[in-house]
Design a protein around this ligand. Structure first.
Ligand code: FES
Length: 165
């Protein structure tokens, strides 16, 4: 599940300090910020520009270029659905359509209740067991619509009863 801290400029500056000595520090810093806060907060852009002696446009350009970087906080559970070749051949597109209808969410979006964020991705390294899905870092193979519903229903129940946080 996604557990992220609220934005803190102080924490962000300590992350910058941890990585600033690296060549090409911007990317590792952005990844660390996203791991910590769940997304790249709007306030991170000027903070990074100032700390790394870059323009805000430079920082913004990098954040926008890489689809991995989110500008809004994700749902409590992140569902990655592989759309690469092997999974496509085994019905990944139909699965994604099912997910969109079932959770009422667009790809890269978060459900209205904030429980799930759905991310189409390219290859989860589980091609032999396609279609592959990763939920909160755990791989699942041969996931058809029914199995997907069972996996997400379990998580939704846990969330509603306050079980998994
Ligand atoms: S193609 Fe889907 S896991 Fe590799």
């Amino acid at each position: 599940m996604s557990v992220s801290q609220p934005w803190s400029a102080e924490r962000a500056l300590s992350i910058v300090a941890e990585h600033a000595h690296q060549r090409g520090a911007l990317l590792p810093i952005l990844h660390a910020l996203q791991d910590t806060f769940g997304c790249i907060d709007e306030e991170a852009i000027p903070l990074l520009a100032g700390a790394l002696n870059l323009s805000r446009a430079d920082v913004h350009g990098v954040v926008s270029f890489y689809h991995d970087f989110r500008r809004t906080r994700p749902g409590r559970h992140t569902v990655k659905i592989c759309r690469a070749e092997a999974c496509q051949a085994m019905g990944a597109d139909a699965l994604l359509d099912h997910v969109r209808r079932r959770l009422t969410v667009d790809p890269h979006g978060t459900t209205a209740d904030g429980v799930f964020t759905v991310e189409p991705v390219f290859c989860l390294g589980n091609c032999a067991l396609s279609p592959a899905v990763m939920i909160d870092g755990t791989l699942h193979g041969r996931v058809g619509p029914e199995r997907f519903d069972a996996l997400t229903a379990e998580l939704r129940d846990q969330t509603q009863t306050g079980g998994a946080r």
